[in-house]
Write a protein that binds this ligand. Sequence first.
Ligand SMILES: [Zn+2]
Length: 261
Amino acid sequence: MGKRVYIISDLEGVAGIVSRVQLGPEGSEYEIARSYLTHEVNAAIDGCIEAGASDITVLDGHGHPRGYNIDLAIADDRAEYVIGTHRSSTLPFLNESFDAVFLIGYHAMAGAERAVWSHTQSWESIVSYSINGEEFGEIGQMAIIAGTFEVPVVLVTGDQAAINEAKSVIPGIIGIVVKEGDSRFCARTVTPNRSQTLIKSGAVEATTLIDKISPVRIDFPCEIKMTVSDSDFADEMERSGMLRTGKLTLSKTGQSFRDIP
Ligand SMILES: [Zn+2]
């Protein structure tokens, strides 16, 4: 039987994306940004099928809780798409039956330098996030959640900073750089067409290397710490159940993948 691949898409790390007007439905350039995203996801699907995958689930991961960005009218029919709000967990439908995870259109963690739209969950409010003393962004968080199902993340696409971060967390991962940040809002980017070519070949390679890349594993319970940028957000996190350890710092004990992020 062919491999089962779970693709998580984001938008900040797609080729040609640098501006807020591209990142949400209120923006004047959002519709074209959605098409760039969809074509990158299509390229990843095409590549993994060429390398022997036969069952592909795509999670539309950007801008939760809105819940959909991929344009299903032009999306590859050979995959199925998880969209919508009120999700039961961060990665719905992911389980032990999958063989690999791809991260498409990803960005580096909050505070990363020369990193397009670097952030961790919130664009503005989270300054740093750590598990057992080690700092993680969304790439690491996704790898840890997938790791609890013994599934490795084998492909990441995004800007140079995102790929550097992924390689430091996931040894052997295939990283496809589609742009290089000059600042948080300026990049040197390849064209969407070029990014699709690069991503397809990365997906082929990553699919053939699935057995060579280990899942990221952590022990539970774990200690999760967060530093936030303002007291309003700290209050909100405290109300959600985190322990206030300082004006702008909080912590909690993670009992399972459901506590990440
Ligand atoms: Zn996003």
